[in-house]
Design a protein around this ligand. Sequence first.
Ligand code: FAD
Length: 578
Amino acid sequence: MSCNPAIGGLAKGQMVREIDALGGEMAINTDVTGIQFRLLNKSKGPAVQSPRAQCDKKAYQFRLKHTLELQPNLQVFQATVTGMIYSHGRVVGCRTSLDVDFIGRTVVITTGTFLRGLMHVGQSKNEGGRLGDFSAKTLSASLLEAGIELKRLKTGTPPRILGRSINFAGLQEQKGDIEPTLFAFHDTRDPGDMFHVESTGERRLGWKPGSEQVSCWLTHTTPASERIVRENLHKSAMYSGEIAGVGPRYCPSIEDKFVRFADKARHLLFLEPEGRNTNEYYINGLSTSLPFDVQVDLVHTIPGLEAAVILRPAYAVEYDFAIPTQMYPSLESRKAENLFLAGQINGTSGYEEAAAQGLVAGVNAVLKVRGEPPLVIQRHEAYIGVLIDDLVTKGTTEPYRMFTSRAEHRLLFNHGSSELRLYDHAKKHKLLSDNRLERVAKKANRITHWEIYLETSKSVGGSWAESIRCDKSTAALPAEFSAEPKEVREEVLYRVTYRGYLEREQRQIEKMKDVEKIRIPASLDFLGIPGLRRESAQKLHQLRPQNLGQASRISGVNPTDISILMVLLAARRNAPAR
Ligand SMILES: Cc1cc2nc3c(=O)[nH]c(=O)nc-3n(C[C@H](O)[C@H](O)[C@H](O)COP(=O)(O)OP(=O)(O)OC[C@H]3O[C@@H](n4cnc5c(N)ncnc54)[C@H](O)[C@@H]3O)c2cc1C
């Protein structure tokens, strides 16, 4: 956790559940090291409700490391990778700074912010991907050698302060939910997976999910904060021209907030504890690259932080990323066979986005070795599908983070349905244990049973489903239904309540599926297609979409271009074989 000690949030919370549905570790690790749980958007519809948790940063890190150490058939080794080893245009391994080479049939690179990482605090610069860490300097050159194009991005982090120097009196307290929404699907897991004393007998860090929650605190900037920022803008690394990389639009620095949102009188800040066994607090919303002395003055203008002691300064970090349109949807590089890339190296920002890609790249690296077709999650199946499709077809010019608005079928992406939506992939690639797959299938059957029952059985004046849709009342539902687990009840009620909307989504998906099925031959010469606009032809030539659906999502390719392609591909299919 390089930055915020939190997992989840809008769209990201859904992604964590999707990762869990595909056998990933993020959800369970968050649950057992979480110190505060909140369901966001509680007053809105279930499709946009998202779980979020504050974690104990160190417990999160060490529990996950321990999980890897205990994983059968996985060898863990730490060293700095200095370059890839290529043979005939393929990656066959990597070199380390210890002069120890690793040979592998596939390689996955997940360097985060470390590729030529350069940190800025005011005018002071230090090489490194994170405070106190190294910079991966030679790996970039090795990727360039394979023809992989790199660009610069930047991100930032706020100061960490000492909890006992905060005056909490007068600050608004934000408690966790009394009934916490956890991330992992505990209802379908083996009980042994749930707590920190696991079947191996090893004790891992963590506690009973949702127990002994801690509070966050709300404060805000003041006119004095704004004055200090404005007076010192010229000293900020990002405003003095020191930083070339593009920053995250949706997670702006405090300099950006005062400049770009000048009409806002104040900006909210959240004080978030970094763990149970530390007194360190993270000031969410105060990311900056101002010099340290200015940071001290700035922090002291904030209510509750008048005497706050900074433990670690805020900083910005610039790093190389690989333009993601150079990958196939499997996350394998188009430039170097057997090389997979995942996480921030692909231009994303965020733990959840990184974890989702890591999972898909990892699965596909194995499938490639086995000679099997890759795992490709479609846009209508999950946020993970949207994320990867956006990256490989549209690319990104700024740190990409997931939002609900990026998904055209977000109504289908309520967090509770992740396990059901991704069941077929999990089963096909054996990503969950047989026991768990069986429980997910049973859960799906119960849900379908109740959906049909409520739609077809009579209640007063119509079916149960009609009365739910009419007055949203669930009080009088059959006792057998009330006896079902919460996860089953919630999913059934979601499907019944929003049936009309969900069916409309399904119809749109069916229509789109036809276009997705039209494959574009790898040999097609886009530049030679008569009638295709020059700009579209060049984009298509550069990005080489694999089907017409992907082609239609490339920015700059319009519906007329797609019609031309459709006619051309149909003519080719119908042409007599020679
Ligand atoms: C300063 C900062 C602020 C951030 N702010 C936010 C935020 O507010 N919100 C948000 O959602 N996300 C934020 N992020 C991003 C978030 O931390 C990342 O998106 C996420 O952790 C990326 O995951 P990753 O697995 O791609 O890389 P990382 O989590 O960065 O992990 C990369 C790992 O690779 C290792 N590594 C790198 N190069 C080599 C090499 N050559 N050899 C061996 N090992 C290597 C590193 O040691 C590290 O362990 C921030 C990141 C930073 C650094």
